[in-house]
Write a protein that binds this ligand. Sequence first.
Ligand SMILES: NC(=O)c1ccc[n+]([C@@H]2O[C@H](COP(=O)([O-])OP(=O)(O)OC[C@H]3O[C@@H](n4cnc5c(N)ncnc54)[C@H](OP(=O)(O)O)[C@@H]3O)[C@@H](O)[C@H]2O)c1
Length: 341
Amino acid sequence: MPFFLFPMLGGQRSVANLASMKALVLKEKNSPPQFLEREMPTPEKDTVLVNVKAASLNHRDVWIMKGQYAGLSYPIVPGSDGAGWYEGQEVILQPGSGWGGDERCQGNGYQILGLPKDGTIAESVAVLRSQLFPKPSHLSMVEAAALPLAGLTAYRVLFVRCQARPGEKLLVTGAGGGVALFCVQFALKAGLEVYVTSGDESKIERVRTIGALGGANYKSDGWVDALKKMAGGFDVIVDGAGGADFGSLLKIANPGARIGIYGGTNGAVPNLSPQAIFWKQLSILGATMGSDRDFSAMLDFVNRHKIVPIIDSVFELADGAKAFERMEKGQQFGKIVLNIS
Ligand SMILES: NC(=O)c1ccc[n+]([C@@H]2O[C@H](COP(=O)([O-])OP(=O)(O)OC[C@H]3O[C@@H](n4cnc5c(N)ncnc54)[C@H](OP(=O)(O)O)[C@@H]3O)[C@@H](O)[C@H]2O)c1
Protein backbone atom coordinates (compact mmCIF):
# COMPACT_ATOMS: atom_id res chain seq x y z
CA MET A 1 0.00 0.00 0.00
CA PRO A 2 1.46 3.43 -0.91
CA PHE A 3 2.73 5.61 1.88
CA PHE A 4 0.25 8.41 1.20
CA LEU A 5 -2.56 6.17 2.42
CA PHE A 6 -0.89 5.85 5.82
CA PRO A 7 -1.53 8.25 8.71
CA MET A 8 1.25 10.81 9.14
CA LEU A 9 3.36 11.09 12.26
CA GLY A 10 5.23 14.13 13.56
CA GLY A 11 7.81 15.89 11.38
CA GLN A 12 10.97 15.59 13.48
CA ARG A 13 13.21 14.69 10.54
CA SER A 14 12.27 17.43 8.12
CA VAL A 15 15.24 18.66 6.03
CA ALA A 16 13.49 21.45 4.15
CA ASN A 17 15.30 24.15 6.10
CA LEU A 18 18.79 23.11 4.96
CA ALA A 19 20.27 25.11 2.08
CA SER A 20 22.91 22.71 0.88
CA MET A 21 23.64 19.01 1.12
CA LYS A 22 26.32 16.44 0.43
CA ALA A 23 25.85 14.46 -2.76
CA LEU A 24 27.60 12.34 -5.35
CA VAL A 25 27.65 14.30 -8.59
CA LEU A 26 28.44 13.14 -12.12
CA LYS A 27 29.96 16.24 -13.68
CA GLU A 28 30.84 14.93 -17.12
CA LYS A 29 30.69 11.85 -19.29
CA ASN A 30 33.09 9.03 -18.39
CA SER A 31 34.29 10.69 -15.18
CA PRO A 32 33.79 9.05 -11.80
CA PRO A 33 31.29 10.69 -9.48
CA GLN A 34 32.55 13.41 -7.15
CA PHE A 35 31.58 13.90 -3.50
CA LEU A 36 30.41 17.53 -3.44
CA GLU A 37 28.35 20.12 -1.65
CA ARG A 38 25.23 20.70 -3.72
CA GLU A 39 22.21 22.93 -3.43
CA MET A 40 19.20 21.25 -1.83
CA PRO A 41 16.57 20.24 -4.38
CA THR A 42 13.62 22.59 -4.51
CA PRO A 43 10.36 20.69 -4.25
CA GLU A 44 8.08 21.41 -7.19
CA LYS A 45 4.34 20.94 -7.30
CA ASP A 46 3.31 17.57 -5.79
CA THR A 47 6.89 16.72 -4.74
CA VAL A 48 8.32 16.33 -1.25
CA LEU A 49 11.85 16.20 0.12
CA VAL A 50 13.04 12.92 1.61
CA ASN A 51 15.96 12.71 4.01
CA VAL A 52 17.91 9.87 2.39
CA LYS A 53 19.73 7.51 4.79
CA ALA A 54 20.94 4.93 2.27
CA ALA A 55 20.97 4.55 -1.50
CA SER A 56 22.05 1.67 -3.70
CA LEU A 57 23.65 1.37 -7.11
CA ASN A 58 22.22 -0.21 -10.22
CA HIS A 59 23.98 -0.84 -13.49
CA ARG A 60 21.91 2.04 -14.82
CA ASP A 61 24.04 4.47 -12.74
CA VAL A 62 27.17 3.18 -14.46
CA TRP A 63 25.50 3.55 -17.88
CA ILE A 64 24.60 7.14 -16.91
CA MET A 65 28.22 7.81 -15.88
CA LYS A 66 29.25 6.56 -19.33
CA GLY A 67 26.71 8.81 -21.04
CA GLN A 68 24.77 5.95 -22.57
CA TYR A 69 21.24 7.30 -22.20
CA ALA A 70 19.36 9.80 -24.34
CA GLY A 71 18.35 13.05 -22.64
CA LEU A 72 21.37 13.12 -20.32
CA SER A 73 22.74 16.42 -19.15
CA TYR A 74 25.45 16.89 -16.55
CA PRO A 75 25.95 17.67 -13.72
CA ILE A 76 23.51 15.16 -12.26
CA VAL A 77 23.07 13.34 -8.96
CA PRO A 78 22.75 9.63 -9.86
CA GLY A 79 20.77 6.99 -7.97
CA SER A 80 17.33 5.42 -8.37
CA ASP A 81 17.16 3.56 -5.07
CA GLY A 82 16.76 5.03 -1.65
CA ALA A 83 15.37 4.66 1.84
CA GLY A 84 15.09 7.35 4.44
CA TRP A 85 12.82 9.56 6.48
CA TYR A 86 9.87 11.68 5.55
CA GLU A 87 7.84 13.51 8.18
CA GLY A 88 9.03 11.20 10.94
CA GLN A 89 8.32 7.95 9.09
CA GLU A 90 10.69 5.48 7.53
CA VAL A 91 10.09 5.30 3.80
CA ILE A 92 11.31 3.35 0.81
CA LEU A 93 11.13 4.99 -2.61
CA GLN A 94 9.44 3.65 -5.74
CA PRO A 95 12.11 4.62 -8.31
CA GLY A 96 9.62 5.09 -11.13
CA SER A 97 6.83 7.61 -11.54
CA GLY A 98 4.22 8.36 -14.18
CA TRP A 99 3.63 4.74 -15.24
CA GLY A 100 0.12 5.63 -16.41
CA GLY A 101 -3.11 3.67 -16.43
CA ASP A 102 -2.07 0.63 -18.46
CA GLU A 103 -0.60 -2.15 -16.32
CA ARG A 104 0.79 -3.84 -19.44
CA CYS A 105 3.39 -1.14 -20.10
CA GLN A 106 4.54 2.28 -18.95
CA GLY A 107 3.28 5.46 -20.61
CA ASN A 108 5.24 8.27 -22.23
CA GLY A 109 5.44 10.23 -18.98
CA TYR A 110 7.34 7.45 -17.20
CA GLN A 111 10.49 8.61 -15.39
CA ILE A 112 13.09 6.93 -13.19
CA LEU A 113 14.90 8.71 -10.37
CA GLY A 114 18.43 9.77 -11.30
CA LEU A 115 17.70 10.73 -14.92
CA PRO A 116 16.70 13.28 -16.07
CA LYS A 117 16.07 14.56 -12.54
CA ASP A 118 18.55 14.31 -9.67
CA GLY A 119 18.54 10.96 -7.89
CA THR A 120 18.95 9.44 -4.48
CA ILE A 121 22.71 9.45 -3.86
CA ALA A 122 22.49 12.60 -1.77
CA GLU A 123 21.34 13.69 1.64
CA SER A 124 18.03 14.76 0.16
CA VAL A 125 15.94 13.93 -2.90
CA ALA A 126 12.74 15.42 -4.29
CA VAL A 127 10.12 12.78 -5.17
CA LEU A 128 6.42 12.66 -5.84
CA ARG A 129 4.46 11.86 -2.72
CA SER A 130 3.10 8.82 -4.57
CA GLN A 131 6.65 7.42 -4.68
CA LEU A 132 6.75 7.07 -0.88
CA PHE A 133 6.00 3.62 0.53
CA PRO A 134 6.44 2.36 4.10
CA LYS A 135 9.84 0.76 4.61
CA PRO A 136 9.56 -2.96 5.43
CA SER A 137 10.04 -3.01 9.18
CA HIS A 138 12.30 -6.09 9.17
CA LEU A 139 14.87 -4.27 7.02
CA SER A 140 17.51 -1.76 8.06
CA MET A 141 17.85 1.42 6.00
CA VAL A 142 20.82 -0.11 4.15
CA GLU A 143 18.88 -3.30 3.36
CA ALA A 144 15.79 -1.38 2.32
CA ALA A 145 17.79 0.86 -0.01
CA ALA A 146 19.02 -2.26 -1.81
CA LEU A 147 15.53 -3.33 -2.72
CA PRO A 148 13.55 -0.94 -4.93
CA LEU A 149 14.70 -0.96 -8.57
CA ALA A 150 16.19 -4.44 -8.73
CA GLY A 151 13.48 -5.98 -6.54
CA LEU A 152 10.73 -4.37 -8.60
CA THR A 153 12.27 -5.50 -11.89
CA ALA A 154 12.77 -9.03 -10.59
CA TYR A 155 9.21 -9.23 -9.29
CA ARG A 156 7.67 -8.04 -12.54
CA VAL A 157 9.77 -10.17 -14.86
CA LEU A 158 9.29 -13.31 -12.76
CA PHE A 159 5.70 -13.13 -11.56
CA VAL A 160 3.89 -10.55 -13.70
CA ARG A 161 5.43 -11.23 -17.11
CA CYS A 162 6.60 -14.88 -16.86
CA GLN A 163 3.86 -15.98 -14.43
CA ALA A 164 6.34 -18.27 -12.64
CA ARG A 165 4.61 -20.95 -10.57
CA PRO A 166 5.63 -23.20 -7.67
CA GLY A 167 7.38 -26.38 -8.77
CA GLU A 168 8.57 -24.98 -12.11
CA LYS A 169 12.21 -25.09 -13.14
CA LEU A 170 13.77 -21.65 -13.43
CA LEU A 171 17.10 -20.56 -14.90
CA VAL A 172 18.44 -17.14 -13.88
CA THR A 173 21.44 -15.91 -15.87
CA GLY A 174 24.27 -13.82 -14.40
CA ALA A 175 23.36 -14.67 -10.82
CA GLY A 176 25.80 -12.18 -9.32
CA GLY A 177 23.77 -9.24 -10.62
CA GLY A 178 21.37 -7.19 -8.55
CA VAL A 179 18.15 -8.07 -10.41
CA ALA A 180 19.26 -11.68 -10.91
CA LEU A 181 19.85 -12.28 -7.21
CA PHE A 182 16.42 -10.96 -6.31
CA CYS A 183 14.96 -13.32 -8.94
CA VAL A 184 16.74 -16.17 -7.18
CA GLN A 185 15.59 -15.10 -3.70
CA PHE A 186 11.97 -14.47 -4.77
CA ALA A 187 11.71 -17.68 -6.80
CA LEU A 188 13.03 -19.81 -3.94
CA LYS A 189 10.41 -18.36 -1.60
CA ALA A 190 7.74 -18.99 -4.25
CA GLY A 191 8.68 -22.68 -4.43
CA LEU A 192 10.45 -22.86 -7.80
CA GLU A 193 13.46 -25.07 -8.54
CA VAL A 194 16.21 -22.57 -9.25
CA TYR A 195 19.35 -22.92 -11.37
CA VAL A 196 21.75 -20.16 -12.37
CA THR A 197 24.60 -19.16 -14.64
CA SER A 198 27.46 -16.95 -13.59
CA GLY A 199 30.89 -16.03 -14.92
CA ASP A 200 32.33 -16.75 -11.50
CA GLU A 201 32.30 -20.21 -9.85
CA SER A 202 32.37 -18.74 -6.38
CA LYS A 203 29.11 -16.85 -7.07
CA ILE A 204 27.46 -20.12 -8.17
CA GLU A 205 28.55 -21.68 -4.89
CA ARG A 206 27.14 -18.77 -2.92
CA VAL A 207 23.79 -19.02 -4.70
CA ARG A 208 23.73 -22.74 -3.90
CA THR A 209 24.15 -21.92 -0.22
CA ILE A 210 20.88 -19.97 -0.29
CA GLY A 211 18.97 -22.79 -1.99
CA ALA A 212 19.65 -22.84 -5.73
CA LEU A 213 20.01 -26.41 -6.99
CA GLY A 214 22.93 -25.84 -9.32
CA GLY A 215 24.60 -23.67 -11.90
CA ALA A 216 27.09 -23.42 -14.73
CA ASN A 217 29.78 -20.93 -15.66
CA TYR A 218 28.81 -19.17 -18.90
CA LYS A 219 32.50 -18.58 -19.59
CA SER A 220 33.26 -22.31 -19.70
CA ASP A 221 32.79 -24.59 -22.72
CA GLY A 222 29.81 -26.86 -22.38
CA TRP A 223 27.80 -24.73 -19.95
CA VAL A 224 24.60 -25.34 -21.89
CA ASP A 225 25.05 -29.13 -21.85
CA ALA A 226 25.96 -28.99 -18.17
CA LEU A 227 22.68 -27.24 -17.36
CA LYS A 228 20.71 -29.64 -19.53
CA LYS A 229 22.26 -32.55 -17.67
CA MET A 230 21.51 -30.97 -14.29
CA ALA A 231 17.93 -29.83 -14.88
CA GLY A 232 16.68 -31.44 -18.07
CA GLY A 233 15.15 -28.18 -19.28
CA PHE A 234 13.59 -24.97 -17.97
CA ASP A 235 10.00 -23.78 -17.79
CA VAL A 236 11.05 -20.20 -17.12
CA ILE A 237 14.30 -18.43 -18.01
CA VAL A 238 15.13 -14.92 -16.83
CA ASP A 239 17.93 -13.15 -18.67
CA GLY A 240 19.58 -9.76 -18.27
CA ALA A 241 22.52 -10.30 -20.61
CA GLY A 242 21.28 -10.89 -24.18
CA GLY A 243 24.24 -11.07 -26.59
CA ALA A 244 25.59 -14.16 -28.30
CA ASP A 245 24.64 -16.54 -25.48
CA PHE A 246 20.93 -15.80 -25.71
CA GLY A 247 20.39 -18.27 -28.58
CA SER A 248 21.77 -21.07 -26.40
CA LEU A 249 19.07 -20.42 -23.82
CA LEU A 250 16.44 -21.43 -26.37
CA LYS A 251 18.05 -24.87 -26.57
CA ILE A 252 17.47 -25.55 -22.89
CA ALA A 253 13.99 -24.04 -22.74
CA ASN A 254 11.22 -26.60 -22.33
CA PRO A 255 8.38 -26.59 -24.87
CA GLY A 256 5.98 -23.80 -23.91
CA ALA A 257 8.61 -22.05 -21.77
CA ARG A 258 8.53 -18.34 -20.95
CA ILE A 259 11.74 -16.36 -21.36
CA GLY A 260 11.82 -13.00 -19.61
CA ILE A 261 14.30 -10.36 -20.77
CA TYR A 262 14.96 -7.39 -18.50
CA GLY A 263 18.47 -6.35 -19.58
CA GLY A 264 20.96 -6.43 -22.40
CA THR A 265 24.36 -6.13 -20.75
CA ASN A 266 25.98 -8.02 -23.65
CA GLY A 267 24.18 -6.19 -26.42
CA ALA A 268 22.21 -7.37 -29.43
CA VAL A 269 21.31 -11.01 -29.96
CA PRO A 270 22.81 -12.35 -33.21
CA ASN A 271 21.41 -15.19 -35.32
CA LEU A 272 18.21 -15.80 -33.43
CA SER A 273 16.43 -18.75 -35.00
CA PRO A 274 12.68 -18.25 -35.56
CA GLN A 275 12.30 -22.04 -35.79
CA ALA A 276 13.70 -22.47 -32.29
CA ILE A 277 11.04 -20.09 -31.00
CA PHE A 278 7.95 -21.22 -32.90
CA TRP A 279 8.52 -24.97 -32.83
CA LYS A 280 8.73 -25.03 -29.04
CA GLN A 281 5.92 -22.47 -28.69
CA LEU A 282 8.18 -20.22 -26.62
CA SER A 283 7.08 -16.87 -25.22
CA ILE A 284 9.72 -14.16 -25.12
CA LEU A 285 8.65 -11.44 -22.73
CA GLY A 286 10.24 -8.05 -22.17
CA ALA A 287 10.05 -6.43 -18.75
CA THR A 288 10.96 -2.98 -17.50
CA MET A 289 10.78 -1.97 -13.84
CA GLY A 290 7.12 -1.99 -12.77
CA SER A 291 3.97 -0.04 -11.94
CA ASP A 292 2.98 1.19 -8.48
CA ARG A 293 0.80 -1.90 -8.24
CA ASP A 294 3.83 -4.12 -8.95
CA PHE A 295 5.88 -2.18 -6.39
CA SER A 296 3.20 -2.67 -3.73
CA ALA A 297 2.92 -6.37 -4.57
CA MET A 298 6.71 -6.74 -4.41
CA LEU A 299 6.80 -5.08 -0.97
CA ASP A 300 3.97 -7.32 0.25
CA PHE A 301 5.90 -10.37 -0.96
CA VAL A 302 9.10 -9.19 0.75
CA ASN A 303 7.22 -8.45 3.98
CA ARG A 304 5.34 -11.75 3.91
CA HIS A 305 8.46 -13.85 3.39
CA LYS A 306 10.75 -11.59 5.46
CA ILE A 307 13.18 -11.44 2.54
CA VAL A 308 16.44 -9.64 3.25
CA PRO A 309 18.37 -8.33 0.23
CA ILE A 310 21.87 -9.69 -0.20
CA ILE A 311 24.30 -6.83 0.31
CA ASP A 312 27.66 -7.03 -1.41
CA SER A 313 29.23 -4.01 0.24
CA VAL A 314 28.44 -0.73 1.96
CA PHE A 315 30.40 2.44 1.14
CA GLU A 316 30.25 5.82 2.83
CA LEU A 317 28.92 8.56 0.57
CA ALA A 318 32.37 10.17 0.40
CA ASP A 319 33.71 6.90 -1.10
CA GLY A 320 31.06 6.74 -3.80
CA ALA A 321 33.59 6.61 -6.64
CA LYS A 322 34.89 3.29 -5.25
CA ALA A 323 31.35 1.92 -5.23
CA PHE A 324 30.94 2.82 -8.91
CA GLU A 325 34.28 1.21 -9.71
CA ARG A 326 33.23 -2.02 -8.01
CA MET A 327 30.01 -2.20 -10.00
CA GLU A 328 31.79 -1.35 -13.26
CA LYS A 329 34.20 -4.24 -12.72
CA GLY A 330 31.32 -6.65 -11.97
CA GLN A 331 33.00 -7.74 -8.74
CA GLN A 332 29.83 -7.68 -6.70
CA PHE A 333 27.60 -10.42 -5.37
CA GLY A 334 24.43 -8.61 -4.42
CA LYS A 335 23.80 -4.93 -4.00
CA ILE A 336 26.31 -2.16 -3.50
CA VAL A 337 24.92 0.35 -1.02
CA LEU A 338 25.93 3.86 0.00
CA ASN A 339 25.45 4.84 3.61
CA ILE A 340 24.32 8.44 3.92
CA SER A 341 24.49 9.51 7.53
N1 LIG B 1 14.50 -3.44 -17.69
C1 LIG B 1 14.71 -2.91 -16.51
O1 LIG B 1 13.82 -2.34 -15.90
C2 LIG B 1 16.05 -3.09 -15.88
C3 LIG B 1 16.17 -2.93 -14.50
C4 LIG B 1 17.41 -3.17 -13.91
C5 LIG B 1 18.48 -3.51 -14.72
N2 LIG B 1 18.32 -3.59 -16.07
C6 LIG B 1 19.46 -4.00 -16.91
O2 LIG B 1 19.78 -5.34 -16.55
C7 LIG B 1 21.17 -5.55 -16.58
C8 LIG B 1 21.66 -6.01 -15.21
O3 LIG B 1 21.43 -4.94 -14.31
P1 LIG B 1 21.90 -5.04 -12.78
O4 LIG B 1 21.72 -3.70 -12.17
O5 LIG B 1 21.30 -6.24 -12.15
O6 LIG B 1 23.46 -5.23 -13.04
P2 LIG B 1 24.66 -5.78 -12.20
O7 LIG B 1 24.24 -5.89 -10.77
O8 LIG B 1 25.82 -4.97 -12.58
O9 LIG B 1 24.79 -7.25 -12.81
C9 LIG B 1 25.24 -7.51 -14.08
C10 LIG B 1 25.48 -8.98 -14.15
O10 LIG B 1 25.50 -9.38 -15.52
C11 LIG B 1 26.04 -10.65 -15.53
N3 LIG B 1 26.63 -10.98 -16.82
C12 LIG B 1 27.66 -10.40 -17.44
N4 LIG B 1 27.92 -11.07 -18.59
C13 LIG B 1 27.03 -12.09 -18.67
C14 LIG B 1 26.77 -13.14 -19.61
N5 LIG B 1 27.53 -13.31 -20.70
N6 LIG B 1 25.77 -13.99 -19.37
C15 LIG B 1 25.01 -13.87 -18.27
N7 LIG B 1 25.20 -12.91 -17.35
C16 LIG B 1 26.20 -12.03 -17.55
C17 LIG B 1 27.06 -10.70 -14.41
O11 LIG B 1 26.78 -11.84 -13.62
P3 LIG B 1 27.91 -12.73 -12.92
O12 LIG B 1 28.68 -11.77 -12.08
O13 LIG B 1 27.16 -13.73 -12.14
O14 LIG B 1 28.74 -13.32 -14.02
C18 LIG B 1 26.82 -9.41 -13.63
O15 LIG B 1 26.80 -9.59 -12.26
C19 LIG B 1 21.79 -4.24 -17.05
O16 LIG B 1 21.95 -4.29 -18.46
C20 LIG B 1 20.74 -3.20 -16.70
O17 LIG B 1 20.80 -2.06 -17.50
C21 LIG B 1 17.13 -3.39 -16.66
